[in-house]
Ligand binder design. Structure first.
Ligand SMILES: NC(=O)c1ccc[n+]([C@@H]2O[C@H](COP(=O)([O-])OP(=O)(O)OC[C@H]3O[C@@H](n4cnc5c(N)ncnc54)[C@H](OP(=O)(O)O)[C@@H]3O)[C@@H](O)[C@H]2O)c1
Length: 247
């Protein structure tokens, strides 16, 4: 089969392209660095020639709800319109466990993306994943004050990006299924501890300071909304096992 992978140069996208190719599929990557902006119909439509299904693993680097809603709304609608022109019957989106419930900051965009797809009569799948193992790395040099790294109080259940990519391949090969079972890692972690362990294996002089964020976003990060429920599928690689690969 031939799959278009939006965001195929990103963390999950790269792993998904690799997994698809290993399973003998053809892939086309939709990313600005490959000359295709998925919010621009004139660039997306020709790129979907001969494509059987679209996997959307794109993202926008923002914590601003308006910006996130704008990006995921425009990107999803543009992809769906181009898919319709080509008669492509399966759109697979990657979302985040708990994002639709929190619906604030970056997660507001994921809520919008999910809402657009859930409003369709069919032809879609959504895979909600927990944070990838490398999520903790963003706190290495952002939110810095001298050697202090600020980390939100956050419960997470980090998952291997390769295991998420493998789950995506199963979904895209199997056909539209609506909301797929969530995927998370094998155990719950506290984000500040994940950052501390990362700084430690890197022999960094920096220290992680956990802070509770205000508002709906902060509450959602703290209250376990991002952690797998009882019906989630659990990956096998722990955060510590992943850390060992980073040495
Ligand atoms: N990271 C996590 O922990 C996590 C957890 C669960 C779910 N997710 C979801 O998984 C998806 C992928 O996340 P990620 O962390 O792998 O993302 P990422 O590494 O930030 O990659 C983002 C990708 O989107 C592409 N992109 C951004 N704007 C674009 C545009 N206008 N047109 C075309 N391509 C565009 C980027 O390529 P260019 O810059 O070249 O355009 C890049 O390939 C997201 O939907 C995210 O919400 C992430």
């Amino acid at each position: 089969m031939k799959f278009a992978i939006a965001g195929g140069t990103g963390t999950l996208g790269k792993a998904t392209v690799l997994a698809a190719q290993e399973r003998g599929h053809n892939t086309v990557v939709l990313a600005r660095s490959r000359g295709i902006d998925i919010t621009v119909p004139e660039q997306v439509t020709p790129a979907l020639e001969g494509v059987d299904a679209v996997i959307d693993a794109s993202s926008v680097a923002t914590m601003d709800a308006k910006e996130s809603v704008r990006f995921f709304g425009k990107a999803t609608r543009t992809l769906l319109a181009a898919e319709q022109e080509h008669g492509i019957g399966h759109h697979v989106a990657v979302s985040i466990i708990g994002a639709a419930r929190i619906n604030a900051g970056y997660y507001a965009g994921k809520a919008t993306q999910e809402k657009i797809l859930r409003g369709l009569s069919g032809g879609w799948s959504i895979l909600r994943a927990a944070q990838f193992h490398d999520f903790a790395l963003q706190f290495e040099d952002r939110y810095a004050f001298a050697n202090i790294r600020l980390v939100p109080r956050m419960r997470a259940q980090p998952v291997s990006v390769d295991e998420v990519a493998a789950a995506l391949l199963e979904i895209v090969e199997g056909g539209p299924q609506g909301l797929a079972p969530d995927i998370a890692g094998p155990q719950e972690e506290r984000m500040a501890d994940m950052v501390r362990r990362y700084l430690s294996v890197k022999n960094s002089p920096n220290r992680a300071l956990e802070i509770p964020l205000p508002g709906r976003l902060g509450r959602g990060l703290r209250d376990g909304s991002l952690v797998a429920g009882p019906h989630a599928r659990l990956g096998t690689q722990t955060y510590n096992e992943w850390l060992a690969t980073q040495l």
